[in-house]
Design a protein around this ligand. Structure first.
Ligand SMILES: [Zn+2]
Length: 422
């Protein structure tokens, strides 16, 4: 049996370990080329630039930030007005290799160039190596992920078995027949396959590495894959429109941003870029000359950190998915999200139910976390723990109000905004 080091090494050491200033120059270079190209070839992009009073000459992030972000939810209408791609495709239809149809419906072109999603960097960091035989269980009809990931796997030197969605028994027998070392698909389907394999008998599946996506990967599930089944499991983040923009490395502490995407975390209301460390909406510009999505707002909330990663990669990391942008509330300039309220409650042991109440005193926003305690929990200890958790999770100071059990209705909103603006 061959032994493979799935943790060390890079797909492209030079790019992945660039100094921050070098990365800025690299991105400014492709950005300038991409915008000039889109200005010439993609009338939909040109209309947006003209509407913002800009030209095809954008050379840095400050210039880029002057272009209002385009929302994913606008795409179906834009494509209806100017079919098939709303003027965002820079290549004649006859030159495309594929056209995908994502829910919305939103059409996405796959250009003549190979691997516009830049997924090989992500898959290599996730542990895929030349010689792996990989079951790709993403959907092959209509949507792009399976096809784009296949290209990335081929570039690495892996062999793909395009099993697609479902047919669990066939997945199990195929994995055994071909000696599949890799899996690509959703985490829940991987668990379904592993369970079915146990039921069918015949010993453990040969999987050693998995790249999962399209749904959340709870750490408890990852532990089962890694500890019970010996499958190195990593995840990435992307959408059908922009491709893969972030991926986990062996350290699995956040997802490194790919060098061919410029990711800005932005104020969901104004669209202005926020400093790293604050929660905001992920807005991406991707180096894809066929489909130059420039400042595409995903509607997903995240936080980005510049802290060094021990793996040696120097790209900033996205700290997970933090909910949808249309559910946020702004408190003293910071966005808070229902999921953060849950996180605060989870960190402060002893909370049965809680709700954040946003109010206003004078010209100041106030934040009070109302909490019902679990039986036996001590109010002073829980209060202190909640206060600390609010500071850590929301980067805000807030007060705590312990209320009797049954005070907060089961159907209550996680964040009650009681501010009135006259
Ligand atoms: Zn890393």
């Amino acid at each position: 049996m061959r032994t493979v080091d799935r943790r060390r090494g890079y797909w492209d050491r030079e790019k992945e370990t660039m100094a921050p200033a070098a990365r800025e120059r690299y991105q400014a270079r492709w950005l300038a080329t991409l915008v000039a190209h889109a200005w010439e070839r993609a009338p939909g992009v040109r209309r947006r630039l003209e509407h913002a009073g800009l030209s095809g000459d954008i050379r840095d992030l400050a210039g880029l930030a002057r272009l209002p972000a385009i929302k994913k939810s606008e795409m179906p209408d834009l494509q209806k007005v100017d079919p098939p791609f709303g003027g965002f495709c820079a290549v004649p239809v006859g030159k495309l290799r594929r056209i995908f149809v994502s829910p919305g419906p939103i059409l996405e072109p796959m250009g003549p160039e190979v691997s516009a999603w830049h997924g090989e960097t992500a898959l290599f960091a996730g542990g895929f190596r030349p010689g792996d035989v990989v079951l790709n269980t993403f959907a092959y009809h209509l949507v792009p992920a399976a096809h784009e990931i296949d290209e990335a796997l081929h570039l690495i030197g892996c062999t793909v078995v395009p099993t697609g969605v479902g047919n669990t028994d066939t997945q199990v027998t195929t994995a055994r027949a071909v000696g599949a070392t890799g899996y690509v698909g959703t985490p829940s389907f991987l668990m379904t396959i592993l369970k079915r394999a146990t039921e069918m008998g015949g010993g453990r599946l040969p999987f050693e590495v998995a790249q999962v996506g399209a749904e959340a990967l709870p750490e408890s599930l990852r532990r089962q894959f890694e500890e019970d089944h010996g499958i190195l499991t990593r995840q990435g983040f992307g959408t059908a429109d922009i491709g893969m923009v972030a991926y986990e490395c062996p350290e699995k502490s956040g997802m490194h941003l790919v060098d061919d995407a410029i990711v800005q975390v932005c104020d969901p209301q104004s669209g202005a870029p926020l400093p790293h460390g604050q929660i905001g909406e992920l807005v991406a510009t991707v180096n894809n000359p066929t489909y130059p999505m420039i400042r595409f707002a995903t509607g997903d909330l995240t936080i980005i950190t510049d802290e060094r990663c021990p793996c040696g990669r120097t790209a900033a990391r996205m700290l997970g998915w933090r909910g949808r942008a249309d559910e946020v509330t702004k408190v003293r300039g910071m966005f808070i999200h229902p999921r953060q309220v849950d996180e605060v409650a989870a960190r402060a042991d002893g909370v049965a139910r809680c709700q954040a109440v946003v109010g206003r005193e004078g010209h100041q926003d106030t934040l009070v976390l109302r909490a019902e305690l679990r039986p036996g929990a001590a109010a002073p200890a829980v209060t202190a723990a909640i206060e600390a958790a609010i500071r850590d999770v929301m980067k805000l100071r807030g007060n705590v109000e312990i209320v009797p059990a049954g005070t907060i209705p089961e159907t209550a909103k996680k964040i009650a905004d009681q501010r009135t603006w006259e």
